[in-house]
Design a protein around this ligand. Structure first.
Ligand SMILES: [Zn+2]
Length: 314
């Protein structure tokens, strides 16, 4: 087992930068984490049954009980025989929330600026993957244009799970509000988004070095994205809302939004076992300070591996 992180990158970003981190997983695979800005979510909802006396020691709440969270988009660039392939995982809040909600959540809508800062044209993106279709994960899939909406990444093929699309369309009392049709229906109608039918236990390869796998609990078809450099054999995983921040590493610290928190705990154990054994770089969707890290065992769960963080050196 090789738990050593990939070499630190030459130009590590300053804290607060919209380009949050960069790693070379190997000679053929670069990972960047871009930010849509810092958002504010209700602290209670972020930690489920964990009492505030405990979680507030880890994350401070403001006067409205909200905590600051990151909106982290991973951009994976892989070298292929025909050039560079660019894959985007998750697209943040976007700019389409009504003003009242935008104020509550502290929408900053900075993802296009982050792409510009990283020197990646939106039109160069080949693939966009949504791990699930909650609005805070697919907001920049589309943007307003002439009274309608259009794809933010005009030449990309978008992917989401067919079960997520069905669940969003059902508009259930429990979570219908989390699904905003404008973020995906126009793409489905035009054929630019392809529904996936990945089953539990299957690791489905979407592109060379990029595969998706279900980790149910937050939603029934929550997909993690596996990234593997073929030359070095090193792996990273964008684990999405199974493990949204490093504060959620303890097994019972799960999101109040989870449809099946008991399943989330079982899936976290399964994830930790493999991520630790195989030395995966773990990418956190909502951590504003630590967009990626390595894990080590702690009891039945996991904690951060004590190594300098290659993506956040000053
Ligand atoms: Zn979610």
């Amino acid at each position: 087992m090789d738990r050593r992180p990939p070499p630190a990158t030459p130009a590590a970003p300053a804290d607060g930068s919209l380009v949050r981190a960069r790693w070379d997983l190997g000679p053929d695979t670069e990972i960047l984490v871009l930010s849509d800005g810092v958002a504010r979510f209700d602290g209670g909802a972020m930690f489920g049954v964990v009492p505030k006396t405990l979680w507030s020691r880890v994350t401070a709440a403001d006067d409205e009980n909200r905590i600051a969270v990151g909106l982290n988009t991973a951009v994976v660039r892989t070298k292929t025989s025909t050039g560079v392939r660019t894959v985007v995982i998750e697209t943040g809040f976007g700019e389409k929330l009504p003003p009242k909600l935008a104020a509550i959540y502290g929408v900053q809508a900075r993802l296009p600026e982050a792409f510009a800062a990283a020197g990646i044209p939106l039109a160069s993106v080949n693939t966009v993957i949504n791990t699930h279709l909650h609005w805070d994960h697919c907001g920049w899939n589309t943007r307003f244009f002439d009274g309608g909406v259009r794809a933010t990444f005009p030449h990309a093929q978008y992917f989401a799970h067919a079960g997520e699309i069905r669940h969003g369309r059902a508009q259930l009392e429990r979570d219908g509000i989390s699904y905003v049709a404008n973020n995906y229906e126009p793409l489905l109608a035009s054929g630019q988004m392809q529904p996936l039918s990945v089953r539990e236990g299957e690791v489905y390869e979407l592109a060379p070095g990029i595969a998706v796998e279900l980790y149910p609990g937050h939603t029934r078809q929550l997909m993690a994205v596996h990234i593997r450099d073929s030359a070095s054999g090193k792996q990273a995983c964008y684990i999405s809302d199974l493990l949204p921040t490093t504060a959620h590493l303890p097994l019972a610290w799960t999101l109040g939004f989870d449809l099946d928190p008991v399943r989330t705990i079982a899936e976290k154990k399964r994830f930790y076992t493999q991520a630790i054994r195989e030395g995966w770089l773990v990418l956190f969707t909502h951590d504003r300070q630590t967009p990626g890290a390595y894990l080590q065992p702690e009891g039945h769960g996991a904690k951060l591996l004590d190594v300098p963080h290659p993506g956040l050196q000053p």
